[in-house]
Write a protein that binds this ligand. Sequence first.
Ligand code: AMP
Length: 563
Amino acid sequence: MTDFKEFADVCNQIEHTAGSLDMTEIVSEMLLSVSSEELPVVVHFVMGDVFPAWSTEQLGVGPSLLYTALSRSSGLPLKEIENLVRTTGDIGETAIAALKKETRNQATFSSFMDDTPSLSIMEVFERFNNISRTNGKGSQTTKIKNLQYLFNSATPEESRYLARLAIEDLRIGVGEGIVRDAISKAFNVPVGEVERGFMLTNDLGLVAVAAKEGGVEAVSKLGMELNRPIKMMLAQVTPSIETAVNDLGVVAVEWKFDGARVQIHKDGNNINIFSRRLENVTRSLPDIVEAVRGNVKADSAILEGEAIAVDENGNPRAFQDILKRFRRKYDVETTVREIPLILNLFEILYLNGEVLIDMPLSDRRDVLVGCVENSVRLKVDDQVLTDDVEKVNEIYSAALKAGHEGVMIKNPNAPYSPGKRGKNWLKKKPVMETLDLVVIGAEWGYGRRANLIGSYALACFDPDAGTFLPIGKVATGFSDEQLAELTELLSGLIVVESGREIELKPEVVFEVAFEEIQKSTNYESGYALRFPRLVNVRDDKSPEEAETLERIEGIYLAQKSRS
Ligand code: AMP
């Protein structure tokens, strides 16, 4: 049994380490030092996660619940906890400061006072499991009690990382890239194999256990499994149709539908549907489930497509309507009637026990066409193979005329690369490009808008460090109604408040239009946006799917070369 104290010490050490190679070394040593049971837990913990991305388990601890638990554990009033958050700017430091205060319940102070660790890593995980599993009436109390137990058993160093883990924001800069390299180093498995295992399982914990127990051989045997969603392949922007055709030669062209991506797992008659954020949305989409059941001729399959909402004439409706469908969990029938969905399938990744992602797209497509019976609700989308720029332009115009976003230009010879945004899928849309950025902060308004959250601080994503880098603010163009909606959406995510300034848990993604990207020393990303304005709230996207710093740099350079 490894003490949680050892994990906390490693986090502390990493927090004071700058280079990613050194961080990888520290993480790899820790992976070697823990048992097989502890290994997956440590792999997720060190990235600030409690459960793997594909899992339906969710901790569901927001800042305010955590403050209450800290208040109860320390005996300090809630207001004082909030003050500490404001002054320290960090929930971890708040936990230490609060629990050190004298009012702390005398019966529970032993670990804290004499620094003797009593918590094991597995015990912490068990408590988090209790928190995740409780629901319904009384669940808040159960969550708080479990957190209280953890804080009452923790040493100061442990409480810092417990508090941060509870809101799944560890802030030590370890992301998937570092953990992947650390697994490779610790268990002597080539990094490419670790990456492949990760792509297929979507779970670095599983990959680490395989690497520890069976080395490269066991890792290479890891595969996709039904009902464990994998990350979806993503598209890059192409500056023009001509460039795309020049780069790829013969291209596979499809309409880019303005809808929501779904990954469908069919296991006999059991159908599960996952959103782009890998949330299980099956309950909200009974019509799609029915259509898949009736029209996909396969014992088992994993398919992908774009669900679109249509009006009575079959024309696409606003993106917001689809989100309404996806969000709805109760009284689903009414929304199903009000907002009918159509599913356009464009991928098959798995069929009757066979993983297909290494096949070229054109072969996968043949398989897809072979097992789907097109109907009004569900069809394989049309695809044209061509190397003629004019032909692609025609398809593009037709897609726009039909109210869709543009075209997808795909490499017909390419495999499916989970989670990758590469040159094998290109997208062409007419409008000025938009950026998907994470809201990391905001400000309370003035006067009439004093109770509304506005002026949103935006950040891009650094996938290696798993951190968000500020890039600017969007403040104009909001109606009062929109601000009220956003205030409701964001107020549960407040981490620190200081005067009118708010720090938010990075959770919500804004799609933002802009005039230009500029170099800037004002923001940590090194860039700023000129004239940013909100286009959409993308609650189909997770914060990790926001633009990467690399892409921001790419757009900046492309912009420069055009001017
Ligand atoms: P974006 O969200 O702008 O990065 O564009 C990629 C998204 O376009 C995918 O995740 C899909 O949700 C959507 N999409 C619409 N039509 C297609 C298509 N024919 N093939 C692939 N993706 C599509």
